[in-house]
Design a protein around this ligand. Structure first.
Ligand code: AMP
Length: 367
């Protein structure tokens, strides 16, 4: 089968690496001629709303998928009637707008922080009065890695928050004093079967994911069960096909609140390549192509360390037992995700000490 992927970054590259052994062949579309995924398939270099290029891209494909959620409407139009594209426009629309996303969670009785729509300065004042402070003001669209957000701690900050973000549709949420951030990666097949990976614990710095721990330690059976139920309800409601990721906050009193979803393979699931029986990338492709889903069972304990800015020497990483280096082949640049390391161990303790050794050898900040 021929699979098309909109976007040819590292997620596309890892989809290609997972799919080629299954006999799949790939075509990517991306404006950047130096995209990592060019190494694993044909690359059409064009803007995402270039109709002619989209027509060329879609020719002969069996299925199309996306590497990112802000897919332009022009692209979806170009695929209509030519090829099946998953996730569906419905799922993409819900994840492109934080208000639509939180409202969908609400309708499905998936708990979230309290939230309100903000379309004017007066709305903002009213919402702060009703939600209380602290609160987080966010742009409804195109926010990622903590961009487009303002944490409001005092009433006197309202004008500054409005002048920072006020020219676009906004949402305001109560600030959640969370204990930790968790994510769940789930896959739904064409026949409606759903499988989930265990909850993952995620650590961010400067708005960027730095480390994922899988499975997340100290997860109560009630939290694990709640996450599976929430994610399955979402997948079923959206009649979703492929991998969906949901990010949660766990509060100090053991409650799970959904923060956002990503209708795609996710950075917090990179460990599944070595740490589970079937990776998120392979399972996404299996779902898309109508193949049986693979087991999501963990093969041990894993930690994924993002490589931000540049790649450490391979020999320093690989000297640590259980370490796997993934170099995306991107130009080094401050703040850019250029690769990751997954380290596996037979016990959580062994895995943690191997991760600490990698950090020390590669001059990365401590845990
Ligand atoms: P987001 O873009 O919604 O994923 O937010 C980026 C980061 O900001 C999250 O990973 C959290 O660390 C933090 N954050 C977002 N929303 C809230 C909230 N309502 N309360 C506390 N922290 C938040």
């Amino acid at each position: 089968m021929r699979v098309g992927v909109l976007g040819a970054g590292q997620l596309g590259w890892m989809l290609g690496l997972a799919g080629i052994p299954l006999g799949l062949r790939f075509r990517f579309l991306d404006p950047n001629p130096d995209s990592p995924a060019a190494a694993v398939g044909e690359l059409v270099v064009a803007e995402y709303d270039d109709r002619k290029a989209l027509a060329r891209f879609v020719k002969g494909l069996d299925v199309v998928t996306f590497e990112f959620e802000n897919v332009p409407a022009a692209a979806l139009k170009a695929f209509e009637g030519h090829v099946i594209s998953w996730p569906t426009p419905q799922a993409l629309a819900a994840s492109q707008d934080r208000l639509a996303e939180k409202s969908l969670f609400d309708r499905l009785s998936i708990p979230t922080a309290r939230f309100a729509e903000v379309s004017s300065f007066e709305d903002l004042g009213r919402a702060v009065a009703s939600l209380g402070l602290p609160a987080v003001l966010k742009t409804r669209r195109f926010g990622y890695d903590g961009k487009g957000q303002y944490v409001l701690r005092g009433i006197d900050e309202i004008p500054a928050a409005w002048s920072a973000l006020g020219r676009q549709p906004l949402i305001i949420e109560s600030f959640v004093p969370f204990e930790r951030e968790l994510s769940m990666i789930a896959v739904r097949a064409r026949n409606g079967e759903v499988v989930t990976y265990p909850l993952i614990e995620n650590h961010h710095a400067g708005g960027i994911l730095r480390e994922s721990i899988a499975p997340a330690p100290r997860v109560s059976p009630a939290i694990a069960q709640a996450a599976i139920e929430h994610v399955t309800r979402l997948l079923d409601k959206l009649e979703y096909i492929g991998v969906l990721t949901v990010e949660f906050f766990e509060s100090a009193d053991g409650k799970l609140l959904a923060n956002e979803m990503a209708p795609r393979v996710h950075n917090s699931g990179h460990w599944t390549i070595e740490g589970s029986a079937c990776s998120q990338f392979e399972n996404h492709l299996r779902a898309l192509c109508g193949f049986p889903l693979g087991s999501t069972e963990c093969t041990g304990f894993s930690r994924m360390l993002n490589l931000i800015g540049d790649i450490p020497p391979a020999d320093a990483v690989l000297a640590v037992p259980g370490a796997h280096l993934h170099d995306y082949g991107k130009e080094p640049r401050e703040g850019r995700k250029v690769g990751h390391v997954t380290v596996c161990g037979a016990t959580a303790r062994e895995c943690a000490s191997r991760a600490a050794e990698i950090r020390a050898r590669c001059g990365m900040p401590k845990d």
